[in-house]
Structure formats: C-alpha cells, structure tokens
Write a protein that binds this ligand. Sequence first.
Ligand code: BG6
Length: 486
Amino acid sequence: MSFSEDFLWGGAIAANQAEGAYLEDGKGLSIADLLLGGDVKTPRTFCSKILRDRFYPSHMGIDFYHRYKEDIKLFAEMGFKCFRTSINWARIFPNGDEQEPNEAGLAFYDSLFDECRKYGIEPLVTLCHYEIPWEITKKYGGFYSRETIDLYVKYAKTCFKRYKDKVKYWITFNEINAGTIDKGRYNGVGLVEDEDLQRIEPIYKSDMIDIPQKRWEALHNEFVASARAVIEGHKINSDFIIGCMICHITWYPLTCDPLDELAAQKKDLMFNDFCGDVQVNGIYNPVGLAELKKEGINLSYITEEDKKILKAGKVDMYTFSYYMSNCISVDKDAEKIKGNLQGGVKNPYLKVSDWGWQIDPQGLKWTLLKIASRYPNIPLMIVENGFGAVDAVTKDGKIHDQYRIDYLKEHISAMKEAVEEGAPLIGYTSWGCIDLVSLGTGEFHKRYGFIYVDRHDDGSGNFSRMKKDSFYWYKKVISTNGENLE
Ligand code: BG6
C-alpha cells in the first residue's frame, strides 16, 4: 500500500464559508461578513457597513451552524478519518478584545468536535481562516498592531485549553502567505486604510488601498502570533500537532531562458517558501529578506526578541493548499491566466477550469517532492485541493460530476506517486467537501463538494443536501486507502 494505514482521508471547509448564523449566539462580525459577492468576471466588493437589501453570501452560508450533525453523518458515511474546519474567532471573542470568551460560541465547537469524535473523525482545526474579528480591524488595524498578537494568543490559548482533549491537529493561520501579496491585505492580515473605512459605497476589494510596508509588518506580527501560539499550545498539551498552512502555487519558467528560470525561482521563494521557512525553520530566509530590502521594505520591525520567539515556536507539520500551477516569463507580452490568489502566465500544456485555473496534477507531485526535500524532518498534509465547477441536478435528483472525479483521481494518483518517491504525507482533506461559498468570488455557483447544497447566488434554495456521484467515488477511494481510484 502507498498510504499508511492511519492516513487521514477527509474533507475541509472554513467557518465563514459554511456556518452562516453570522450574528447568532453572540457572534460578532468578522471581516468575511463585510464582503459582498462577485463572479468570475467581477471582483467581490467591500463596504465597512452592512448594507440593507444586499445579499451577503457568508451571512447564511450553507447553514452548517444548524445542520452540522446531518453533514458530519454524511462525511462519516463517506468514511472520513479527518475533517478540517475553522473556529470563527468572532464566535469566541465577538469584538476580539473582551476579557471573557463567549460561552455560547465555545459550546458550539464543543458539540461540533464531539459529533466528529462520535464517528471516529479526527478534527483538524484552523484558528484563523481569513476570519479576523471586524472590530480588531477597525480598532487596532488588524495585524498591523502588535496588540493584535496578544489578542490572537489569548484566543488561541482559550481554544487550546477548551478543546485539548478533543482536537489534536491545529493550524495557526490559513494561507499565511496571502500576506505577501496585495490581495492579502484584507483577508490575510486584516488591514483597511482609513480612506477605505470611511467609504459608504462598496468598492472592489481589488481596489482597496495597499501599503506594502504595513502589510509586511502585519505579516511579521502574524508570524510572531503563530509562534507564540505554538509555544503555548505545546504547554497545554504536548501531543498537539500544530501546523503552518501555505497556499502553494507551483511556478514553472515558461521557457528555459535562464531569465525565466531565475524569475520562477524568485517567485517560488517569495510566494511559497518565504513564510514556510519562517514557520518551519524559525528563521527568515536571507535571500527573501534581501529581496524585500530591494523592494524598499524597512525591516527594522523585526526585533531580537521576535527572532527568539520565531525560533522557539516552530511548527510540527507543514500543511498546504494546492489547486493549480502557473508559469512565469520575463516576456511582458506572454499570455496571462487567472488563478487562486494569483494568476500568472498561461502554460500551453495545461487545460483550465471554468474559473480559469490551470489543472496540473503533476504540479502537486512536484510540490510534494519539493517540500519534502526543503523541510525533510516534518510531516506534510494537503489540507485543500479540489475542483470548483458548475453542477447540474438531473430531473431525478442526481448530480453527475465526472469532471470532479477526473480532477481528484489525477491529483490523488500524482500524490500517490510522490508518496512512493518518499514524500512523508500524513493526510489529504479535499476542499469544500460540501458545497460552500467561494472565497474568491463569493459565489455558490462555483461548487467543490461531494455533497450538493441547494443554495444559490440570488439567495434562493432550501439548503437541502444531495449526494453527487463523487460522493460514492470518494467513499470507495477511502475504503481502499487510495488503492482503487476508478
Ligand atoms: C483557498 C482558500 O485559497 O482556496 C479557501 O483557503 C478557498 O478559503 C479555496 O475557498 C478555493 O478558492 P475559491 O475562490 O474557489 O473559493
């Protein structure tokens, strides 16, 4: 067998993209709740006030908050060994800076994790999946403020203590490397400039003001917050396995022109490995720092005390998302393509999804083998991978999503090859195991699930759940421990 007997097969969601109940049981607003929907052509918009009569996809999500028992039962039927979700920070500390946590929020996750355990499903919990409490953004400027580090550590400790016997696997921040690019200013580090805060009309999220110096400092504060959480977590339960989480986009040089090669190498370092190096090795990569200086970033925010914390708070596992690869070229006229968080240059050998993301199973193998060589001493986990597509329901209530099965089959097969070649992979949680709100576009129309949810972009739908063909396929994959992918 390629995969170990205790391989963690499962699925992943995030609180803000599924739970809904956005103000229920004392929950405060989170940054995700201020985002309106977009689509493949139109970016999502942001407004610092909730506008009446507008549709906010996260406010009801897929109503997971009320239907999680039904959903976990379906996950158990597929044979899940692991379920990744996040705790919505604003359910626990509604404004982020209260003295005491919100008991109703804590109780909800108690019940959720108990429900997983009932079926022998191991929860894998992200502490912050693009879910900074909105009040932290407004009052403190998100992670640009060092005070937010303390607020995060307090929140992390509260969760670690409360769930220490229910949750073993943790992730400190989802896709922390979002903070390396302008798009991550809002979702990643929770930064909104005053000018954008004061707008009363929604603006495209992509047009929000980005100040790289502030964003890099905020990212540094997230590193320190993550390292402090790792230190505290291990004190609370030394069995905890706490991971970083990187959005890994694989970058190929478009040609063998040495300049394309160098550009791809730099991109791979600055986007993918810069954050992993800090969180896994506990030090900043010197080449990465030199690049930042070249870009005009003043690095004096990194103190000697911070460096000690980063070294002491190294993560126990490396987790990542993988959806696609991109090319890089020094030729400014090379054809461009969209992508997850970032687009790039089109690869003539690859097909694309309806959302323009290139489909590249071999890129997953490339990624696993690269990470295994770069960080040889820690386990790896793929915590997001999947195919966003439009699904049609037949008259007799069936969803024939062969395209999703094909995508997953090819990716799992590539992952198997990487394991056979030595990658120490301990688990795989497919993204959006149940349909949910798209992060990038805010759509329901872009579906990832094995389970269909009757919810639509105009706010219609009764939230009922239906099994897609991929549901039965993934059940077989899990029951044969990845041996039968047909
Ligand atoms: C990852 C995020 O980058 O991509 C998820 O961690 C997100 O939150 C996923 O949903 C897929 O992206 P999208 O835009 O299709 O939802």
